[in-house]
Ligand binder design. Structure first.
Ligand SMILES: *Cc1c(COP(=O)(O)O)cnc(C)c1O
Length: 412
C-alpha cells in the first residue's frame, strides 16, 4: 500500500501531468486529427464507399479510396490497406518480399527485430520461404548503445549500408529493453543512409508508432512503412488487417506479392469492412491520445513509488508501450491479474504464467479485449524473469487505464 491514498495519488499525478506532458500530447493529437480529417475530405469519402463488390472485387471504390485516405493520413505517396493482411508481421513480410530479390542484402539497423520477424528473415527456424532460404543476405547492426541512440555510423555500418537493398529500422522497442526510435532520430539516420546509398530502400516497422508523434517516418524520408490495423491505426474497432505505405512503385510491388502479378491492388473482396476501416482511422488519433495519457499516468505513479520505468513519465513518446520494472514475480502476476479483473471482456479469467512459443521464460499475459490480441486496447504482459518488468500498452479510454492503475496501487 503506497504512502498516500491511491485516489489522491492519481489526482496529484493528473495535476502535474495536465500542466506538463498532456498539453504536448494534445497538440500532437490535434495535428494528427486534422491531417486525418483532411484526408477524408480531399478524397471525398462518401457513403457510396461503404459497399463492397463481390467475386473478383474489381472496381471496389471503397477499397481504392481507403488506400488513398490512408496514404495521405500516413504522409505517404501510396498505401495498401487490407483485412487480408493477417497481422503486422504479415504486412512487414509482404513489404520485405515485395522489395527484395535473390542476391539482395537486407540490413537491419536497430538490433534484433521483433520476435515474429525472425522466422520471416530466417534467423530462427528453417522455413523454405524465409528470406535467407530464398537467397537474401541478412546483416544486423544496432545504432542503439545502451539507452542512447547513436547518430554517427561506424565504418562497418557504412559498408553494410553500401551493400544493402533494404535498410530496415524498427521504430518501437517492442518487448526489448532498448529505447524506441523517435521520428526525429530516425530522420537524422535516414539522411545519412541516403547519402551513403541513394538507391537503398529505407523501410520502417511502424507497429505501435502511428499517431504518437505529429509526423510519420514517411514524412521524413522513409520509402516504405508497415503496420497492423489491430494496433494504432485501427482506432480500436477494426477487427483485423494491416497496411503498407510509402513510394508508389514499392507499394505496387507489395500488392503483387499480396495477391499476384497482374491482379495487384485491383482485386480481392473486402467483406463490407470498408466503413469500419475508415471509421477506425478517423478514431485512431484520439484512441492513441487516450492510450498515451494512460501510459504517462502509469509511469508517473510507479516512478513515484520508486519503480524504474521506460520511457520516463516526462519523456517524448514514439510508441504506446510503457515498461514498469516491478522487481518481483508476485507483483508482476498481481499487476496482470488486477488488469484482467478490470477488463470489459473476460474479467472472470485469472491469468497464469505459461510457456509461449518463442520465449525462453514463462510469460504472464492480461488483456480483456474486444478484438483478440488487440494491443491498442488496454493490455499487459511480462516474462517471468528479472527484473520482472511489465509491458503495459494501449487503453482506448483514459478512464479505464486510470481506474485499473488506481486499483493496482491499492494492492501492490
Ligand atoms: C506488434 C509488432 C509487430 C508484429 O505485429 P503482429 O500484428 O503482432 O504480427 C512487429 N513489430 C513491432 C514493433 C510490433 O510492435
Amino acid at each position: 500500500m503506497p504512502a498516500i491514498h491511491p485516489e489522491s495519488a492519481v489526482e496529484e499525478a493528473e495535476k502535474e501531468l495536465s500542466q506538463s506532458v498532456w498539453p504536448q500530447l494534445e497538440s500532437i493529437y490535434f495535428q494528427n486529427f486534422e491531417r486525418v480529417l483532411n484526408a477524408f475530405r480531399s478524397h471525398r469519402v462518401g457513403e457510396e464507399h461503404f459497399f463492397s463488390v463481390t467475386g473478383y472485387g474489381h472496381d471496389d471504390l471503397g477499397r481504392a479510396v481507403t488506400d488513398r485516405v490512408f496514404a495521405e493520413a500516413l504522409q505517404a505517396e501510396s498505401a495498401l490497406v487490407r483485412t487480408s493482411i493477417a497481422s503486422g508481421t504479415h504486412a512487414i513480410a509482404i513489404a520485405l518480399n515485395g522489395c527484395l530479390r535473390h542476391g539482395d542484402t537486407l540490413m537491419m539497423m536497430t538490433g534484433s527485430p521483433y520476435d515474429t520477424l525472425e522466422e520471416v528473415i530466417g534467423i530462427r527456424g528453417d522455413d523454405p520461404q524465409s528470406l535467407r532460404n530464398r537467397g537474401i543476405r541478412y546483416l544486423e547492426t544496432s545504432v542503439i548503445d545502451g539507452q542512447e541512440i547513436r547518430n554517427t555510423l561506424t565504418e562497418q555500418q557504412i559498408d553494410g549500408i553500401r551493400q544493402a537493398r533494404i535498410v530496415y529500422f524498427q521504430r518501437s522497442c517492442g518487448y526489448s529493453i532498448r529505447p524506441s526510435l523517435s521520428v526525429r532520430q530516425f530522420s537524422v539516420l535516414c539522411r545519412q543512409v541516403r547519402i551513403i546509398n541513394p538507391n537503398a530502400i529505407i523501410f520502417v516497422d511502424n507497429c505501435y508508432g502511428e499517431f504518437t508523434e505529429a509526423q510519420e517516418p514517411t514524412a521524413v524520408g522513409a520509402d516504405l512503412i508497415a503496420g497492423s490495423l489491430i494496433k494504432n491505426p485501427g482506432g480500436g474497432i477494426v477487427p483485423a488487417g494491416g497496411y503498407i505505405a510509402g513510394r508508389k512503385d514499392l507499394v505496387d510491388a507489395c500488392a503483387s506479392v499480396l495477391t499476384c502479378p497482374g491482379v495487384g491492388r485491383h482485386g480481392g473482396y473486402t467483406f463490407d469492412l470498408t466503413r469500419l476501416i475508415l471509421q477506425g482511422l478517423f478514431l485512431a488519433p484520439h484512441a492513441v491520445y487516450e492510450a498515451l495519457k494512460g501510459m504517462t499516468l502509469a509511469a508517473f505513479l510507479f516512478e513515484r513509488e520508486g519503480y524504474a520505468s521506460k520511457p520516463l513519465w516526462h519523456e517524448l513518446r514514439t510508441d504506446i508501450i510503457q515498461t514498469l520494472q516491478l522487481g518481483d514475480p508476485e507483483k508482476l502476476i498481481g499487476f496482470c491479474r488486477t488488469l484482467q479483473k478490470f477488463s470489459p471482456v473476460n474479467s472472470a479469467i485469472t491469468p497464469i504464467p505459461a510457456d509461449v512459443p518463442g520465449y525462453a521464460d514463462k510469460v504472464v499475459m492480461a488483456g480483456g479485449t474486444f478484438i483478440e490480441g488487440a494491443t491498442l486496447e488496454l493490455s499487459a504482459d511480462g516474462p517471468l524473469r528479472a527484473p520482472f518488468s511489465v509491458f503495459l500498452q494501449g487503453g482506448l479510454c483514459y478512464a479505464h487505464t486510470r481506474s485499473v492503475l488506481k486499483t493496482i496501487l491499492e494492492t501492490i
